[in-house]
Structure formats: structure tokens, C-alpha cells
Design a protein around this ligand. Structure first.
Ligand SMILES: Nc1ncnc2c1ncn2[C@@H]1O[C@H](COP(=O)(O)OP(=O)(O)OP(=O)(O)O)[C@@H](O)[C@H]1O
Ligand SMILES: [Mg+2]
Length: 344
């Protein structure tokens, strides 16, 4: 087995300059009903090969159900779920087990086997797959090296930090050379600097191995840090789906707004301010657009700005010089291509 199973394909137009349009995950009208509860209400989404795609939603949105349907742990009620071209909703149990090898899973807690060393834990899925001892040992060492833990191969989980355990969990998930790495809240139990390190690791593994990563999270910081594209899920439906840039430049839903939250500052005068999204344009360009329309902005009541993947991104709540200019300002900014809406 080689550590570099696939060429880096992929097709996110925006974030990392990947090219191509192959979809490794294609869901069409996927539904899942439990007695009286609709957990997935017709999910249609495409994930491009080699991309990092975030699934974001609040508690009860259907994230775990979606993962369980993707891995065949749960049978969808209807719809299609193509994983690497195979509709897993139609497979017999035996073929489903084979198809599952295309998917490596990483969970919130690594759930390593305490009685095994780090090396033993990474070897475990290879042993189950019937890989001969010498090959699985060299493969497991190679994987531990890949996640930066070659020197901890003989340590047991109790001797490793949470972040290190998660690295072992990632190495284990990659053991059988999956096409897709499915991460369910992989950093929810980690502090912010360890979170950052794990996200960087996932991102570099994607770059080196060309795998596709699906990352389920409720943490907007995770999406901002590594996702190329994102699906926002609410009540079992897709609210918005697209590249990170598309979502940030038109944050039309509460979940999208949460990606770049505005601080709570009371409005100076009720009903006079508007919210504008910035994605790839500067604040001064926004002000120029307002001035050109004869409606100079006098105050920025609240704002969040940050550089996401090299692009200035954010939201501003602004007020025109004269309240009666508000409608003109909204029209001018909208026609200049800004996403503008009434301030909440
Ligand atoms: N086995 C089940 N039987 C009945 N209802 C279920 C079952 N599994 C999930 N549900 C329901 O489906 C909906 C989606 O649940 P799901 O666990 O997928 O949400 P989630 O987005 O993962 O939430 P969380 O962030 O809290 O983990 C919820 O209303 C839940 O109660
Ligand atoms: Mg869940």
C-alpha cells in the first residue's frame, strides 16, 4: 500500500485553486423518516473530489442522520446517495461493507483501544482487512509519520494528549486508503490551539493524499479555517450550499450570518441602518460606492472584518448620513453587487 493513493483532483473554484468537476459525493433528494420524525427532508448536494466540504447545522438539524445514511449505518427512506459513483442506498449488506472502505471516519473522541499502542490502533483496521503483518506494520508507521506521531508509536492512548489521540484516530481512519474522510465534530473536544493544529493536519492530508473531506461541525471557526465549500442544514433541509466565498458574499440565512457574526450593538436610531456583506471588496470600495450614489455613509454601527483565505471578508451595519437616503443607499449598493439587507 502506498501513502499516496490518489492524484489530487478536485474542483473548488475558489479556495485552493483546485480544478475539475468530479463529484465524489452526490446526494439527490435524500430523505430519512423515523416514526413520525422527518430527519432528512430531501437533501440534494454535491461534493467535489479533493475538496473540504463543511456541513453546518444546529442541534437536531440532521447532521448525524446524514452521516449515518452516507455510511449505510442507517437506510435512507428514499432518494439517492452516490459515493464514488455507487448508490449506497441500493446495496446489499455485503456490498455495503465493501463500499464503506471508501470512507474513513473521524469522531469527536478518538475512541482508541486502550490496550493497544498508537501503532496497534492504526494497524487494527488493516488486521481486520486481512493485510499481512509486515505490510500493516510498515503502513501504520508510515501513517503515524504522516500525522506527526512517529515517535509515539509505542505509547498507549493514556500516555497521549487529546490532540495526539485525535491524530492517531486520523491515521487509523486513513489506514485502508479511503477516498473520503468523514469527520464528525473532530475538534469539538479540543482547545482552540489544538483545534487549529488538527485542522491544519486535515488540510495538509487533503493536499498530500488528494482525499475528499466532509466535515460535520457546529463551529463556524472550523468552516472559516479550512472549508472550500459548505452546506448549511436546518430542520433536515439544505438552507444554502456553495463555495465559502459564495456563502460569505451573500449570507442570506441566519446560519450563514453566524459564519461572520456581528457584535450586538444597539441601533442608534431604529430602522435607519442596513447590513452589508463584504467578501473580496474593501471597506473603502463600499464607501466609494455609497458616495458615488450620493448617499455617503456616516457611521458604521457594528462590524466584523477578517481575512479568510487571503480575502477581506465581513459584515457591516451602516447608516446613511440622512435617514431618507436609506432606500437609495440600499439600491445603489445592491446594484453595485453587494448583498444588502435591513439590519435586524
Ligand atoms: N433513531 C431515531 N429515532 C427517532 N428520531 C431520530 C432518530 N435519530 C434522529 N432522530 C431525529 O432526527 C432529527 C435529526 O437528528 P440528528 O441526530 O441527525 O441531528 P444533529 O444535527 O446531529 O444534532 P446534534 O448537533 O444535536 O448532534 C432530530 O429531530 C432527532 O430527534
Ligand atoms: Mg449529531
Amino acid at each position: 500500500m502506498s501513502g499516496m493513493p490518489q492524484a489530487c483532483a478536485g474542483g473548488m473554484p475558489a479556495r485552493r485553486g483546485l480544478q475539475g468537476d468530479a463529484h465524489v459525493i452526490e446526494l439527490t433528494e435524500l430523505r430519512k423518516e423515523f416514526a413520525g420524525v422527518t430527519a432528512l427532508d430531501g437533501i440534494t448536494l454535491r461534493v467535489e473530489e479533493g475538496s473540504i466540504h463543511g456541513i453546518v447545522g444546529r442541534s437536531g438539524a440532521g447532521k448525524s442522520t446524514l452521516i449515518r445514511c452516507l455510511t449505510g449505518l442507517e437506510r435512507a427512506s428514499s432518494g439517492q446517495a452516490l459515493i464514488a459513483g455507487t448508490d449506497i442506498t441500493q446495496l446489499s449488506s455485503a456490498r455495503l461493507r465493501a463500499a464503506r472502505r471508501n470512507i474513513g471516519m473521524v469522531f469527536q473522541h478518538a475512541n482508541l483501544l486502550d490496550s493497544l499502542t498508537a501503532l496497534g490502533n492504526v494497524e487494527h483496521p488493516l488486521r481486520v482487512a486481512g493485510v499481512p503483518r509486515s505490510r500493516r506494520r510498515s503502513r501504520a508507521l508510515e501513517l503515524l509519520e504522516l500525522v506527526g506521531l512517529a515517535d509515539r508509536a509505542q505509547n498507549h492512548p493514556a500516555q497521549l494528549s487529546g490532540g495526539q489521540q485525535q491524530r492517531v484516530g486520523i491515521a487509523r481512519a486513513l489506514a485502508c486508503e479511503p477516498k473520503i474522510l468523514l469527520c464528525d465534530e473532530p475538534t469539538s473536544a479540543l482547545d482552540s490551539s489544538t483545534t487549529s493544529q488538527i485542522l491544519q493536519l486535515i488540510s495538509s492530508l487533503r493536499d498530500r493524499l488528494g482525499i475528499t473531506v466532509l466535515i460535520i461541525t457546529h463551529e463556524m471557526a472550523v468552516v472559516r479555517e479550512i472549508c472550500d465549500s459548505v452546506t448549511l442544514l436546518a430542520a433536515g433541509r439544505v438552507q444554502q450550499s456553495g463555495s465559502l466565498g459564495e456563502i460569505l458574499s451573500a449570507p442570506g440565512t441566519p446560519l450563514a450570518k453566524d459564519l461572520v457574526p456581528l457584535p450586538h450593538v444597539p441601533a442608534a436610531q431604529e430602522g435607519t441602518s442596513v447590513e452589508v456583506a463584504l467578501a473580496g471588496t474593501s471597506v473603502s470600495a463600499l464607501f466609494d460606492a455609497a458616495r458615488a450614489a450620493g448617499t455617503p455613509i456616516v457611521s458604521v454601527e457594528a462590524g466584523t472584518l477578517e481575512v479568510i483565505d487571503g480575502v477581506q471578508t465581513g459584515r457591516l451595519r451602516i447608516t446613511p448620513e440622512r435617514p431618507e437616503h436609506r432606500a437609495t443607499l440600499v439600491r445603489a449598493l445592491a446594484s453595485a453587487g453587494y448583498h444588502v439587507e435591513d439590519a435586524a
